[in-house]
Each structure stands twice: as structure tokens, then as C-alpha cells.
Design a protein around this ligand. Sequence first.
Ligand code: URA
Length: 434
Amino acid sequence: MSPSDPGVLALELILAKRRNEQLGSHDIESVLAGYLLGTVGEAQMAALLMAICWRGMSPSEVNAWTEAMISSGMRQDLSGLSRPTVDKHSTGGVGDKVSLVLVPLVAACGAAVPQLSGRGLGHTGGTLDKMESIPGWRAVLGPEEMAGILEEVGCVICAASPDLAPVDRRLYALRDVTGTVESIPLIASSIMSKKVAEGTRALLLDVKVGSGAFMADREEARRLALTMIGIGQAYGVDTRAVLTDMDAPLGMAVGNAVEVAEAIDTLRGGGPPELRQLVLEEAGEMLHMVGLEADPAAALDDGRAWQKFSEMVRAQGGDPEAALPRGDTLATISASSDGFLHRLDARSIGLAAWQLGAGRARAEDPVSKVAGALCSARRGEWVVKGQPLLQLVGDEPARLEHALQALEGAITISPSPAPEHVQILERLGPEDLA
Ligand code: URA
């Protein structure tokens, strides 16, 4: 029988996980409840997380861990909305502004998209930080306001309520400072607990693979996607995934306001072709999941997606027509020789933008709206010596030195043609679960 003292139970679970034994569902629920109440301390939870990092979790342990996180808070009920709900989650990448275009686009095609987003931490940006460069826009909405906008407009991008999976919030902060973020069961349960609690009926996961992603390795990304699909299935959330390339930044802009500007171009029917293509592929998947047959390309080209974005921004206090803030050009990186651009390393460019202030080192740090990087050539393209490849922009020239250091070795030019890159590496669904 499990001990009733949460501290004693936590110790037993740490020792059991160290020995690679299965943890029982009830014990997982008790230890996470104890952590939220303060009867299990930070040291014990950190040790348990580290043991999980090394030993992993079985599918039934992952489901129990996810359930304990969901039941630590409220669960939204969106079943009363007049349109089918479908959401998308990206594991995060450099220049990844897909949600800014995809969310209003899918809403313009008839679905309701309840996008609860996060802020950036480290070299990958956060959707909320990007959207906050729009003058007046508010990320924080109450659950009723969110549901109201969702019904009226069809989409919302906002911060998750602190009442959704509150234990995940605490655990994520602890994982961040204890080297326990990179664990597939912990990442999967963290993401899925919030998506299940949010109340969406269907979910598309964009699992990024490559130097700028959480998962540099394709097999690991595949395991993460399948673990999340399995959790979705357990909760009746129709969950599918695409594994997508993140070796180079997505599109030309990396930062906050610069990414919003690029997203707006795409919403108006322009934008970088690779961004438009990925958005259309993901929109097609999402609409198919909820049985809608609209043509997303038409909605981008005839202005409906842009109109939906404008309605959403206005509903959240922002002005979609207002000029976005702009930074100064702090440096331009040019090609060192003629040749094909083989590598424009996503991680290095993300780190450079972060060094300029586009991202934060700690959750409470502010971010610069205007800092970032603008690519002026694409991977695979022929470039000539002296041609500008990358502009660094920002508002604090003193940060430039570290940004330039981050870019060392980021660009490779070669006389031979570069291999072709595809955006979508693989599509996965419940049929791929073993
Ligand atoms: N995003 C989350 O919400 N949780 C993780 O653990 C990692 C990324």
C-alpha cells in the first residue's frame, strides 16, 4: 500500500523510478497533488523528474501523469460552439510564425481555433511575444471572453489561463532549471495536458526536426509525436502530427515584429513561398480532421484570412492596420564567396536574434519587439561574394557582439548544388501507433 505521507511516497517513487520500476496511477496522482499543495518539495520533485528523464515512462505512466496534470485545474468545455474546434501546436522553431497565419485561415474556412499559446524561452520564439508587437493587442483573456471571441470571430490566440493544468506550470519552471526539459514523456504530457484541458476536439501537432528545434533527431521527434498522438487518443482528441524541417529558419524573418510583418504579407496572399506552402498543408490537414472541405488557398488569396486576422486582433484590443515597430539595422552579413548556400543554420540565427533581445533567458525577462534577423537569401540559392545574406536588426547596439558570435559557422557556401529540402518530412496519425 502507498504511504499516506506525501514526502515518504515521493521518496519511494524516486527510488522505484531509479530502479526502473513502473509507477502506479494513484501514486502519480498523489505525488503531483502533493507537489501542488507543497507537501512534496522542490528537491524531491526535481529528483523524480531526473529519474524520469533517465528511465522514461511507459504509456500507462504517461497517461496517468497527464491525467494528474489535467485534473490539477479546470477543463474548458467548448462543445457548445457552433463550429467544430481544431487546434494546432508547434514544438517551436526559428522563424516559426505559422500560427499567426494558420489560425485565422482555418477560422476563415469555417472551423473554430482556440489557440492557447506560450511565450518564447531560449532561442525559439513565442507566438504571444510576436503578437504583442501589434499595438494594443492583449494576450490575457478570461475564459468567458475567450469563448465569446471564439464563437463570434472563430479564432483566438491567447495565453493559457493559470487555472489550466497549473501543476504543469510549476513543473515546467522546475524542469527549466534542473536540466529535465528534454524528456519525451515529460514534454508530451506537458503539451497534451494543456491541449486536452483547453477543450479542442481535434489537434494537429507540428513537430519540428533539426538544429533549430527541440528535437534535432528525426527518430526522437517521431517518438515525441507518437507519444502525443497516444495521449490524444486516450482523451478522444483526434490528434495527428506532421514532422517538419527546422534546419533553416522558416521564412525570411526571425524575431517578433518582423515575423508579424511577414505573417501579414502571407495573410494578404504574398509572403515567402515555403511559409505559404506549409500553412496550406497544415490548414488542409486541420480542415480534413473536422470534415470541412473549404479551399484554404482561396481564403488566403481573396482576403478572407486577412479579414479574419483583423477581426481577431480587434477583438483582443489591437489595431491590425497600425504600423509595426521597427528596429535599426545593426549589421549585415554578406557572402564570403560565390557558390550555393548550403547552410543557414536555424539554431545559430535563433540564438543571434535572442542575443539581440528578441527572446528571453528567464521567464520574467522582457523581450524587444524590434530585435531579430532578416534573411535575404534562401538555402539552396546561388549567391555571389559580397551579396548580403542576413541583416541583424534591433534597438540595442551593445548586444551586437554576442549576436555576431552566435553566427560563427552558421553559413556554409559551396561550389556544388545543395541537396533539395522538403518542408514536411512525415505525417503521422493514430494508425501509426504500435
Ligand atoms: N512546451 C511545453 O508546453 N512543455 C514542454 O515540456 C516543452 C514545450
